[in-house]
Every structure is written in structure tokens, then in C-alpha cells.
Write a protein that binds this ligand. Structure first.
Ligand SMILES: [Zn+2]
Length: 402
């Protein structure tokens, strides 16, 4: 039975990889990922369906365009193969080698597998784009987060997310509403966006425009990893305070929500009643939703906290907002524990790479996003082993989780 699934997943994985190639090429350039159809970036001719079969076509054409014979980057083949490997590898780890305890058989837990596979595909696309442009497209992270929230809400039984207590659920809900309020306040100009983020976006758009004019792969968007210091005419410490202001409604919401259901009897009872509706069924879905939202918030909090503290302390931008969204997405899909582990693992992988760089000169530096991606993947697979390392942290967090 496994072999049928594996063949199926290789085909699906390679096809998704083919789509990721489109995302990786078009998204940083501000192009639509749906229209127009695939075309050769060199001669502009539409690619026939039989030249667009994942893995097979690149090999059959030996990496060259059928019409103009200009070579097609091996990245297309690599991304397709990597996606297929990731999806099949995840299946093997979960259902053949049983590396994580508590996973139900595939027919009961496929929604979770789908969400985890979507997370891995998103991380892969984010990593490749981050390596090429030093930018993480937030839309990919948002999409993965939505998948995590949706699957946790609809099929909480299939997920591996530990449930949250009822007060923690109220905290999540009010913090989430706070974030929505902040987004609206920013949209209508009441809260100003922080320039360290806004400036980077402008530069990214400029780079994308230059790119379109040049229209060939040789000209890569300039790395935008410029450290923003006061030399750029903006004060990063002031800018980061705008982000603190942006987060204030969420923080106040979390505190307010907690106090409301723990200190106010009527609200507490109404909240508990909501959970027990339909024989506790509503509570199950609610808990799945809040467990995912809790993971999203905790995941985002790690890097955003470091970003805020680091920027205030050193006076230049620390960590990118893209990294915040990567861990938030991981939390929405896997719960709060995986991004917490990844937060501590990523610097270890990054450091290992830096040592390799020191030994082999000439290698290019890498942004942080890919290391977060690798760390999330490792935390997903070696979850049980890592859990013993994180016992103290888990005990502390148990106040908020059942
Ligand atoms: Zn061509």
C-alpha cells in the first residue's frame, strides 16, 4: 500500500515543485502567478504541455529550450526534485518509520499530512526566494498559516497540536482581534508602518522593475540586506517603536481576554458554555482553531521579540519581518512547540554554515530564512527527541496549555 502512495506523492510533489518554480520566479518580480501560462524567459515562446512535465521534460530537453536552445536553469529540476523528496520523505518519516508518536494511520490523519506538506513546500519556496533576493514573500507565509488554521479548525482530531486551556483560547482570540484592529489602523494611516520595513519594500519593487526591463536571468535583484542605520536618514530605534505600537492592541487584547474569562464570572461561564455546545463538538473545533492561533502567535513572538529587543539595543535592524512570518506559519501548522524549537535550532545551523564559509572562501553569505526553514523541518521530524531537551520550557508553558 505504501508504494502506491509513494508513487502518487512523487508525481504530486514534482507537480507542486513545478508550480513552486513559477512562484519563485514570478513573485519577487511582482508578476501574476496564474497568467500568462509558462513561457521561455529567453525567447518568450509558450511552453507546450509535453515540455512542461515535471522532472521528465527538463531531462528530455537536456535543460535547453526546444526553440531557442538557451539553457534552462537546473534550479527548475532541483526544486521539482526537492519538493517530491520532501513530500515523500515526510510520508516515510510519519507513516513508514513512525518517527513521531501519536500519528494516526494515514486515512485518519491525511489532513494533517496535507498541512505539514504545505508548510514544507512554503518553506522551500520562501528559502529559495530569500537566497536569491534577501526577501521573504509574506503572501506565502500567510497562505500556509491559513491552511494550518483551517485544517486545525475543521479536523482538529487529525492534528498533532496540543490543546490550549480555555483562558488561553480567550487570550488568542482577543490577541488575534487586536492584530486585525492594528492592520486596519495601519491601513487607514492611524498607525504608520515602520520605515525599516517600508523602505525595503520600495527597494524590492525597484529591483523588480529593473528586472523586468532587463528581462534576463543574468541580472539578479540587488541584495537588500543593507543594515538600516541612522546613516540612511531614519532612526531604527524610532521605527521599531512603531512596530511596538502596532503590536499594542494584540498585547492589550491578550491581557484583556485573559482577565475577562478568569475574573468575570459571567464571561467565564459563557466562554465555558460555548466550548460545551453540541456535546463538546464546538469546543473541539474551537480548541483546534485556538491551538493553531496560539502556535501562530507564539511562533511570531519569538523572532519579533528578538527583532524589537535587538533593534532597540544595537540601534540597527535585527532580524527581518519575513522571519517572523515564517515561524508564525510553522506555529499555525504545527502548534507552538515546533517554532520554539526551530528558534533555538536555526542559529546552530546558521553558525555551522558560517564556519564552512570561513574554511572555504568565496562562498556567498546566506540570509536567515532558509535556516529557519531547515530548523522547522528538523523540529517536525525529530520532535519527540527534541521534546526532552525542551522540558523546562514545556513546563513553563503548561500554565497556558492543558
Ligand atoms: Zn526559448
Amino acid at each position: 500500500m505504501h508504494i502506491i502512495w509513494i508513487i502518487f506523492l512523487i508525481a504530486i510533489g514534482a507537480s507542486v515543485g513545478s508550480f513552486l518554480n513559477v512562484v519563485i520566479w514570478r513573485m519577487p518580480r511582482g508578476e501574476s502567478i496564474v497568467f500568462p501560462g509558462s513561457h521561455c524567459p529567453s525567447c518568450g515562446r509558450a511552453i507546450k504541455w509535453y515540455d512542461n512535465i515535471p522532472l521528465v521534460s527538463w531531462l528530455a530537453l537536456r535543460g535547453k529550450c526546444r526553440f531557442c536552445k538557451v539553457s534552462i536553469s537546473p534550479r527548475y529540476l532541483l526544486v521539482e526534485a526537492a519538493t517530491a523528496l520532501l513530500v515523500v520523505g515526510l510520508y516515510a518519516c510519519y507513516y513508514i518509520w513512525h518517527v513521531r508518536s501519536g500519528i494516526q494511520p494515514f486515512d485518519a490523519s491525511w489532513p494533517m499530512f496535507l498541512a505539514h506538506a504545505a508548510l514544507l513546500c512554503g518553506l522551500l519556496a520562501c528559502s529559495v526566494i530569500d537566497i536569491e533576493t534577501w526577501q521573504v514573500p509574506l503572501e506565502i507565509c500567510w497562505f500556509v498559516s491559513l491552511v494550518g488554521l483551517a485544517v486545525s479548525t475543521i479536523r482538529p482530531d487529525s492534528m498533532l497540536i496540543s490543546p490550549v486551556s480555555q483562558p488561553a483560547g480567550a487570550m488568542c482570540l482577543c490577541a488575534g482581534l487586536g492584530l486585525v484592529v492594528a492592520i486596519f489602523l495601519q491601513k487607514y494611516g492611524i498607525i504608520l508602518p515602520s520605515f525599516i520595513d517600508a523602505d525595503m519594500r520600495c527597494e524590492q519593487e525597484d529591483a523588480a522593475e529593473d528586472k523586468n526591463e532587463a528581462g534576463d536571468e543574468a541580472k539578479k535583484p540587488a541584495p537588500i540586506s543593507v543594515a538600516f542605520t541612522s546613516a540612511h536618514g531614519i532612526n531604527p530605534r524610532v521605527e521599531i517603536l512603531r512596530e511596538v505600537l502596532f503590536l499594542t492592541p494584540a498585547i492589550l487584547g491578550a491581557i484583556g481576554g485573559y482577565l475577562l474569562v478568569t475574573r468575570c464570572d459571567a464571561a467565564g461561564r459563557a466562554w465555558a458554555n460555548l466550548y460545551s455546545l453540541a456535546g463538546g463538538q464546538v469546543g473541539g473545533h474551537l480548541n483546534g482553531f485556538f491551538a493553531s492561533l496560539f502556535g501562530y502567535l507564539i511562533g511570531g513572538l519569538w523572532i519579533w521579540g528578538i527583532r524589537i529587543l535587538g533593534t532597540l539595543g544595537f540601534g540597527k535592524e535585527a532580524m527581518g519581518l519575513g522571519d517572523v512570518h515564517i515561524l508564525a506559519a510553522a506555529g499555525a501548522v504545527c502548534g507552538w512547540m515546533v517554532p520554539s524549537m526551530a528558534f533555538f535550532l536555526a542559529p546552530i545551523f546558521g553558525l555551522a554554515w558560517a564556519i564552512i564559509l570561513l574554511m572555504r572562501k568565496g562562498q556567498r553569505e546566506l540570509p536567515y530564512g532558509p535556516w529557519l526553514g531547515v530548523a522547522v523541518f528538523v523540529a517536525m521530524i525529530f520532535y519527540d527527541q527534541l521534546l526532552t531537551l525542551f522540558e523546562r520550557y514545556t513546563d513553563t508553558m503548561r500554565m497556558l496549555t492543558k
